[in-house]
Structure formats: structure tokens, C-alpha cells
Design a protein around this ligand. Structure first.
Ligand code: PLP
Length: 364
């Protein structure tokens, strides 16, 4: 390469760097949509359209320069911070590369005991393929007619061979939430040899509390949580689970390296995002505001939907008259998905207020 060319490229690189620094400074001042897509609106995976929070973005940038070291101290700091939030100790907390890693580890623990699992249908299925392959058959229990997890039928389905029961609360893809009292009652009735894997990926969007307060008295309860949803860090890959220290030890033993799945950058972002209460409030409110726009459009189009406690909406497009998904896709709005074969129920993630206004205009 000629010297002149080299100099020109270096100058461009420096300009790009200071441009991105300026851009970051401006972004950090306000909560604006994070990674936007120039050509389409993506509403498929219940990602937070606003995150990561400004504090998390800054912390992650700062953590890049310490990424030559294993982040043990940062992992401990995050475990302590999470423990404080729930009035627990760090020994009640396991860290993973997203909560999906931990759903996998819990189902592996159940598979190693022989026996089977019970789960509602439809629900979040990502962990099920690997669970079945490791020898954990799964009995699926249909939701009630109101698309709510049917605790009574799940209880009936369980027997002495059931080593794990999975509950997603609020449930993905339906967005329904179980009242805390019902769930508490259910947890108390599950025998101690059966692990209750409670997936609380979306609890922060709902007004129901976490069941974390039950883990000290119920060593068979594992509560899985994530920084991917309200915290807006799906791409950073960090999640955690809360359980009795004895259970956490068993789970740590099944990780390739205990608590080592999340990077230094992701951990720093997670810690900072927990401090950004203003951002969390903003995300919850914006999600409600954007969801309301979508509800209004669905009402106008005569489409039945399930009121959601999450960052997505489940609705029955069979009365729409046109192919709902195609209508959206023709306008570069992607992500409406089916979870119940043979029906026209679809799930659509809630984007920004502006994105949902666009969806509303398109479905007319
Ligand atoms: C219910 C539920 N649990 C867990 C996850 C996994 O989240 P992550 O692995 O990004 O923490 C998701 C992601 O969509 C989810 O919807």
C-alpha cells in the first residue's frame, strides 16, 4: 500500500472513531432505539428496541480495555448485586451466557436423574430439543381456553417419575401471567424430588412479583432470569438463575466452567444496567404505550388478542381476511410467528412507539 493511501485510511479511521464517540455521547443523553435496521422493522424475538441503557453502553465500552483478563471479580460483583436485590447471598446465584444456557443446565440435571419433564404448550421451547436428546422426555400440557398455564392439569400429569416441571411466567408466546398466590400454592405442592424450573424472563414487564423469595425454603425451585429483555442486552448474552446454594452447586458442576459463560463486557453492562432504574421505568412505560397502539389497531381490525404482561402480543389473525404476516412483510415488518400449528394465532414483539404506529397503519 502506498504511504499516501495509508495516511488517508488512517485519517478516515480516526475520523470514524471520533464520529462514533460523538454519536455515543449524543445517544447517551437520551433513550433512543439502539441498533436499528435501515430497511426493516424486526419484531420477532422480543428484544428491547431501546436498550442497552446509556449506563450499560458506557460500562461496556470501558470494559473492553480490561478484556485481556478473566473477569472473576466482576462475576462476583454481579452475583452480589443480584443477591442484594433479592435479599439473598451470592451463593444463591449462578451466571450464564443468557438464561437459555441455564435452562439447558437445569434440564440436563433433571435428565441425569432419569425420568421425564412436564411443561405447558405452547411455551418457550428453546431448551426442549437438547433436553429430549439428553434423555428427558417432555409431557406437554395444553393451556386453558384462555391461553393460561393450566396448573391443575400440569399437577395431574406429574407422577413419581417427573423430575422437572417448567413454567414460564409470564408465558411466552401468550403473554399471560399466573397470579402469585396460585403459583406459590403450586410450588408448595411439587414434591422435593422434582425440580421446578421457573422462567421469569419477562416478569419485569408485569406487575406480578418474582418467586425468588421461595428459593430458600424450596431447594427444588430454580428461578431463571435474563438481561436480554427489559435490560435490553440480548446480544451481550448474560443471564442468571436463583436457587438454594445446594442446588446452585449442582448446577455449577454441570457448566463447562462455573459462572464463566458471560464476557467481561457483558458482565460490566449487566451491573451498570441494574443501576439504571430510570431506564428500566422508561422501557416498561414505553412498552405499555407501544402495546396500546397495537391493541387499538387490532381492535379496529376485529382481531382478538390476549392482553399481554410482556413485550409481545398474542392474537388470533383468523378473522383478518388477509394473510396478516404477508401484509406486514410486504412493508418490511418481519417477525409475526405461529406457535400453534393449524391455527392463525400469531405472536408479534412490541417495538418502539413509532414502529407500532407503522404496524397499525399497515394493518389498517
Ligand atoms: C421465556 C424466555 N426464556 C428465556 C429466553 C432466553 O433468553 P436469553 O438466553 O437471551 O437470556 C427467552 C428469549 O427469548 C425467553 O423468551
Amino acid at each position: 500500500m502506498h504511504r499516501r493511501q495509508l495516511l488517508k485510511q488512517s485519517a478516515l479511521a480516526v475520523a470514524a472513531f471520533s464520529f462514533s464517540r460523538d454519536l455515543f455521547a449524543r445517544e447517551a443523553e437520551r433513550f433512543i432505539p439502539a441498533a436499528g435496521f435501515a430497511d426493516f422493522i424486526k419484531l420477532s424475538s422480543n428484544e428491547n428496541p431501546h436498550g442497552p441503557s446509556p449506563l450499560a453502553r458506557k460500562a461496556m465500552i470501558d470494559a473492553v480495555s480490561t478484556s485481556n483478563r478473566y473477569p472473576w471479580d466482576v462475576t462476583t460483583k454481579l452475583r452480589e448485586k443480584i443477591a442484594n436485590q433479592y435479599h439473598l447471598t451470592k451463593d444463591h446465584v449462578i451466571i450464564g451466557a443468557g438464561s437459555s444456557e441455564l435452562l439447558g443446565v437445569v434440564s440436563l440435571m433433571a435428565a441425569l436423574q432419569g425420568g421425564k419433564a412436564v411443561a405447558p404448550d405452547p411455551t418457550f421451547r428453546l431448551w426442549m430439543g437438547a433436553a429430549r436428546k439428553t434423555g428427558l422426555p417432555i409431557d406437554l400440557v395444553p393451556l386453558t381456553s384462555g391461553k393460561i398455564t393450566d396448573l391443575q392439569r400440569m399437577k395431574e400429569k406429574m407422577d413419581s417419575n417427573t423430575k422437572m416441571v417448567y413454567i414460564c411466567n409470564p408465558n411466552n408466546p401468550t403473554g399471560t401471567v399466573l397470579p402469585a398466590a396460585d403459583l406459590e400454592n403450586f410450588i408448595k405442592q411439587v414434591p422435593p424430588f422434582c425440580t421446578i424450573l421457573l422462567d421469569e424472563a419477562y416478569t419485569e414487564f408485569s406487575d406480578e412479583p418474582s418467586m425468588a423469595m421461595m428459593i430458600d425454603t424450596h431447594p427444588n425451585l430454580v428461578v431463571a432470569k435474563t438481561f436480554s429483555k427489559i435490560y435490553g442486552m440480548a446480544g451481550a448474552r448474560v443471564g442468571y438463575a436463583l436457587a438454594h446454594p445446594q442446588t446452585i452447586k449442582l448446577l455449577n458442576d454441570l457448566q463447562p466452567w462455573s459462572n464463566a459463560g458471560a464476557s467481561a463486557v457483558a458482565l460490566a453492562g449487566a451491573i451498570a444496567s441494574m443501576e439504571d432504574k430510570q431506564f428500566l421505568d422508561f422501557c416498561k412505560k414505553e412498552n405499555q404505550r407501544a402495546r396500546a397502539v397495537f391493541y387499538k389497531a387490532l381492535d379496529k381490525a376485529g382481531i382478538r388478542y390476549i392482553p399481554s404482561n410482556t413485550s409481545f402480543v398474542y392474537f388470533d389473525s383468523s378473522t383478518y381476511g388477509k394473510d396478516f404476516r404477508q401484509v406486514l412483510e410486504a412493508q418490511q415488518i418481519v417477525g409475526a410467528r405461529t406457535f400453534e400449528e393449524g391455527t392463525k394465532w400469531l405472536r408479534l414483539s412490541v417495538g418502539t412507539f413509532g414502529e407500532m404506529e407503522k404496524v397499525a397503519a399497515v394493518i389498517g
